[in-house]
Design a protein around this ligand. Structure first.
Ligand code: GUN
Length: 298
């Protein structure tokens, strides 16, 4: 029987523990972690994600505000807003929800966020630190949360074959580097890759982040593999809109050692890791040792 990895419960436990650490940060150091989320426009999926982030932050003692800006805001106006947040020492984390409207250059926006407030870990300097395997950098939340789930099933990943499907800057590429740091042999598959099924069938770990419903099939997967489904897709199931992942869950679950469901797998972990990154960012800015406040396995 496969382990169905309960990301919702694991994320909730992480947040409960973190809320106690936040309490201690406030009492011992007079530091009140603060996260600002910027939402440009009215993308419905982004609105839901941003609302969930703010709700979770508030529930564990992180002060949080969502700044909603119009779709037609000028790039320079958005940059000015980020610079204002950068220079406010009471703000520890800044997140600009993606995607941005097409007239705005996302890379300029991402690189305007101060490196130490970049709770998404998307700034070029944080990406560079991740690639070099440096400790104490801000690392993208979804891959970090996914790795945590994998390591709860299998603590030593050394020498394992890992396949990441998808090469986005948000998930695929950082996931590659995190697995490499765990001494996995890592392959990235993408839209131009050949023999996807054959490559996957050799993998001990599969992380699917392609954004295609039920893309990964049972016959691609090795018996006893760990499968992490990052996909959040809307699909029509029996005439009703349902959230489904990138993996054919019902087929694949019969073969694997462990698998994440959608919803309730990776999604809640992304938010939990954002909370953890906000506390790390607060510690970095206030020159406090993160090890007192954040579990070092994260
Ligand atoms: N859009 C989809 N995922 C993410 C994320 O992790 N961070 C931000 N800022 N935007 C996203």
């Amino acid at each position: 029987m496969a382990i169905i990895i309960n990301g919702k419960e694991i994320a909730s436990d992480l947040c409960k523990k973190l809320s106690q650490k936040i309490e201690a940060l406030k009492k011992k150091h007079n530091i009140f972690p603060c996260l600002k989320v910027i939402l440009v426009g009215s993308n419905p999926a982004s609105q839901v994600y941003v609302r969930n982030k703010q709700k979770k932050a508030e529930s564990i003692g992180i002060s949080s505000e969502t700044i909603i800006l119009p779709d037609n805001i000028l790039e320079d106006e958005l940059i000015a807003k980020i610079n204002e947040l950068n220079s406010d020492p009471s703000i520890h984390g800044i997140l600009v929800q993606l995607p941005l409207p097409r007239h705005i250059k996302a890379s300029r926006v991402i690189n305007t966020v101060s490196v130490e407030k970049d709770v998404d870990g998307f700034h070029d300097e944080n990406v560079g630190r991740l690639v070099k395997g440096e400790k104490n950098c801000l690392t993208p939340c979804t891959p970090k949360g996914s790795l945590h789930l994998i390591k709860l099933v299998e603590s030593n990943l050394s020498g394992k074959n890992a396949v990441v499907i998808g090469r986005s800057n948000i998930v695929g590429k950082p996931m590659f580097h995190l697995l490499l740091q765990e001494n996995c042999t890592v392959t990235i598959l993408h839209s131009q890759s050949r023999n996807l099924a054959e490559c996957c069938s050799k993998a001990d770990i599969v992380v699917a982040a392609v954004g295609k419903p039920n893309f990964v099939q049972k016959d691609w997967i090795k018996k006893g593999a760990i499968v992490i489904d990052v996909g959040i897709n809307s699909a029509n199931v029996g005439g009703q809109a349902k959230l489904v992942g990138d993996v054919d869950f019902d087929g694949v679950k019969e073969k694997v050692k462990a698998i994440t469901p959608v919803p309730g797998g990776v999604g809640p972990m992304t938010i939990a890791l954002l909370m953890i990154n906000t506390v790390i960012a607060a510690c970095l800015q206030e020159k406090i040792d993160t090890s007192d406040f954040v579990d070092q396995s994260l």
